[in-house]
Each structure stands twice: as C-alpha cells, then as structure tokens.
Design a binder for this molecule. Sequence first.
Ligand code: NAD
Ligand code: WQD
Length: 343
Amino acid sequence: MSNVLVTGGAGYIGSHMCVELLQNGDDVVVIDNLSNSSTASLEAVQRITQRELEFVDGDVTDADVLGLLFADHRFDAVVHFAGLKSVGESVDDPIKYYHNNVNGTLCLVEAMSAAEVKTIVFSSSATVYGIPSKVPITEDFPTGAINPYGRTKLVIERLLEDVYEADPSWRISILRYFNPVGAHPSGEIGEDPNDAPNNLMPYVSQVAVGRLPYLKVFGDNYPTRDGTGVRDYIHVVDLIDGHMKALEFLEDAPKLAVHNLGTGTGYSVLEVLDAFQSACGKTLRHEIVGRRPGDAAESYADPSKAVSELGWQAKFDLARMCEDAWRWQSLHPNGYSSEGSAD
Ligand code: NAD
Ligand code: WQD
C-alpha cells in the first residue's frame, strides 16, 4: 500500500487514476486548481470506490502550497497530470502554457526534491513526435513538437532527464499517451470539456447526445485507407493500467524510462464515427471540411517497449471505447453539471 499524490486528479485522466489507486488499496491525495474540472468528479470517484480521498484545492505553481502539502504527508510517489492541454489555446497564449505546465512541474519537482520524494510518473504525449516520418512510432523516434503545448511537454521531459542525470536515485516514468478516450465502465466519470471539444471522441459524443449539430471531419484526402486521419485511440482504463504498471516498474530500482502508451492500432475518423454510431444506435450527421492545420495523416504507437518492460498491453477495442464513452455521455448529457439522462 502506498501514499500517492495525484496532481490534476479531478480531471479526465486523473480521476480514473484515483479510482484505480483507491481500488488497489492505496491512499490518495489530489491537488487540483479546478481550472478544467470540478470536485464532482472526485465525489463520483469516492462513490465508485466507497473510499475517501483527500482533496487540496491548490495550484502546482504555488510553492507555498506544495511546501505545506509535502510537510504534512509522506508520499511514496507522485503521479503528475496537472497541466493545460489545448493545442489551439497554447498557440494563442504560450506564456500561460509555459507558466502552468513547465513552471508547475518545476515547482513540483523542487518540492519533491526538498521532501526527498523521488518517484514521479509524468503525463507526456505523442504530440512530442510532431508529424512522424513513418508509423508505428517507437520511443527513439526524433522528437519535435509543432505547437507550444507540445513543446511544454518536451521541455518537461528534458527537465526530468536533467534531474535524473544529476541525481540517479530518482525514479521517473515518462508516459507518452496516444489518444485517450472512453470512460470508466460505471458511467460515473468521463471526459467533460469546459468548452466545445477540440478532440474527436468528445465531439462525436456531444453530437450523439444532441449538444452539437454535426461532426466536421477535418479532411478526406490524406494518404490513408479512407482519406481521413488515423490515430491510436486508447481506452482511459487501459491507459491507467499502464500507470499502475509504471509505478510497479519504478519500485524495482531507480531509473528514468520513457514509454509509449497506445494500442498499436490506428483507426480513421470515419471508422471512429461508425463505431460510435453502433454504440449509441443513432446515425450521426457529419460533413467533410478542410484539413485542420498541424494534423498528421497517421499517428499510432509501437507499444512493444511498454509490453516488454512494463508487462502492460491495452485490452479494450474501439467498440468498447465508444460504448463506455456513450454510457458516460448519455447518463450525463451536460457532463458533471447535469442530472438526468438522454434518450
Ligand atoms: P484535464 O484538463 O481533464 O485534467 C487536468 C487537470 O489538471 C484538471 O483537473 C485541471 O483543473 C488541473 N490543473 C491544470 N493546471 C493545474 C495547476 N497549475 N495546478 C493544479 N491543477 C491544475 O486533462 P486530462 O485529459 O485529464 O490530461 C491530464 C494530463 O495528461 C495533462 O497533463 C495532459 O497534457 C496529458 N495528456 C492528455 C491527453 C488527452 O488527450 N487527454 C493526451 C496526452 C497527454
Ligand atoms: C483525431 C483525429 C482530426 C476533431 C490531440 C492533441 C494531442 C493529444 C491528443 C494531448 C484527427 C480528426 C478531430 C473534429 C475531426 N493531446 N478530427 N473532427 O489531434 O490526434 O491529438 O489529442 O496531449 O496533443 O493534438 O486528436 O481527437 O483532436 O483528432 O475530423 O472535430 O480526428 O483531424 O485526424 P489529435 P483529435
């Protein structure tokens, strides 16, 4: 049993991590500034698990708050999800992204170092690969993010590498997520974007539930099997299983390791739409529009390093990802702010 600090634990992926940790018997403290979430997710986490967690309404860029937090608790590990993740917003306001993501991680690592807590799992992203020259993508591919959001992830990866190089007693896991989707099978927690969704799956879900009129498919002239963009969608529960395996992997010995978390299979936009239509039993309107700037034609992982080193493999297929996303969305048509369900 461990005592784990989950930064950004009220968010989409972090709330699923809290469920898994609590069900594993670990104690959980969440720090979240609620900039893209609410405590409703944490209430749902406690209902699902029938266990309590401790919530600190605080910002990881606030060294004083972190100092108090680490003085009050003896953490075995930190799982660091707190961050801003909108690519478009990062282009408009890079300073906000560097401050929040890079400075937030720097403050966190300083507090960890001072408290002699040296185990961290970090949420990186396949976005660090930029536009890949081929697929599938292995961890040794050249990195080169093409937007400020992606560059904050790269700077943080470099920061963690430098920390490890200076003090190899750290235990650092950098997980590069591909496209996390889906929801907890209970339907009680899921993705609840504040604004109109940027990402495909939450957009399709909101079309299915009637919050948005139709899906715009960004381009049908890519060199892919049906002309639409191909991505490696991964069920959030599988993704979290990867974090649990990463925490176990770090228990063996001090190390810094980088792993892709993806299924290894790519699906096109139209294939995702089809699968979602089957899951929700409705035909969903869509229109083909122009390409979205900065989009790769194809991106999917080679997950074999995670398979061999972490003993981890994704289990859930696209149909299951869509079924679980739809259960969450139909039970909570307006996300955490709603009661009642859609028909
Ligand atoms: P999310 O926005 O749902 O969760 C992030 C949480 O962090 C939110 O609850 C937010 O309020 C909190 N937060 C943000 N800045 C903070 C700060 N300074 N101090 C304290 N709390 C703060 O996003 P998510 O999808 O759960 O993503 C979690 C992490 O995974 C992020 O770091 C994101 O960049 C990374 N990631 C996400 C995806 C994806 O597609 N969802 C893909 C790759 C990587
Ligand atoms: C998937 C496919 C779009 C919306 C983003 C971030 C990345 C990572 C994961 C955090 C593409 C198409 C989308 C729509 C569409 N996040 N699409 N209509 O771009 O692979 O990755 O999320 O780290 O950093 O960039 O995911 O879900 O936005 O797009 O046709 O309304 O769906 O063109 O082919 P992406 P996505």
